[in-house]
Design a protein around this ligand. Sequence first.
Ligand code: PEP
Ligand code: MN
Length: 344
Amino acid sequence: MVIVLSPSATEVNINAVVSKVTGVGGQAFVSRGERRTIIGLVGDLDLFEDLNLLAFDGVQRVVRISTPFKLVSRDHHPEKSTVMVGTSRAPIGPRTFTLIAGPCAVETPEQTLAAAQMAKAAGASLLRGGAYKPRSSPYAFQGLGEAGLRILADVRAETGLPIVTEVVDVADVDVVASYADMLQVGTRNAQNFALLQAVGAAGKPVMLKRGMSSTIEEWLMAAEYIAQRGNLEIVLCERGIRTFEKATRNTLDISAVPVVHSLSHLPVVVDPSHSGGRRDLVVPLSRAAIAIGADGIIVDVHPDPATALCDGPQALMAEDLAELTSSIKALAPIAGRTLTAPPA
Ligand code: PEP
Ligand code: MN
């Protein structure tokens, strides 16, 4: 069961509901969104119904939810959510199309700034870049750690672009959250429940990638772990799943976009870089993402992919970005969206 509070509900109203629910042995999880607060109830639904919570001050609706994921479900929140990121408040939601771009990994200040400038010139309103990299090989470049976060913060100061960056370990959540505007949880950690709970409590929006072997329900249950810790500022990212097909790095499950939109109010973006794993596929997959109704895309760019320390073969160069931008500008209006402008 989910209690939807009115936008004017006060802390006193919230506490009154929570103490009533806990008083009958239930659990109440308060999740604060950009515009509304909702309370997820766990326990005996019949007991909760006897409490007549609808009569409480500040309570707008009481909704029984049929899906296993509740706070992220569309049942109690038919309108799609918009997540605002950074001080520029870049929106990711139903009316806009948001380009997130940047290097796979932060390597040097010069490389990161050059990639950010390429991204911004292409119309990106958010900068991606990993300082903590989840690499399949322990011998591969693991990222610069906090030094990489400092580079990202300098590049944000220079370009105005808010930062999306990955956190791979619970122990690093506080330091990453102290620099980042949005925390990314990668495919390999998509069911690291302790990490999901920690980012849920970190007070920053979260981009949750789909686990490479996660069903859509498992992905939404992973998002529920974040929401249940009080954070509804979640953006889901379809980045391809493991199949028998070897021609692409992963198989982009493009149908996941409308399926998730029908089940959840959360925004959904597509990562055409990590799904295809090939530069030549990024623009076609991006076109598919726009056409099917994605709320944005997150793409790898690099000033010199041949020297990239991570994922060079999929990184876009300046000329590819020009093609990407013209595709977005042509297709986003057809999909009923406007490209979110970069910060001034
Ligand atoms: C990334 O975006 O840098 C990344 C590692 O992606 P994924 O978790 O989707 O592989
Ligand atoms: Mn990568």
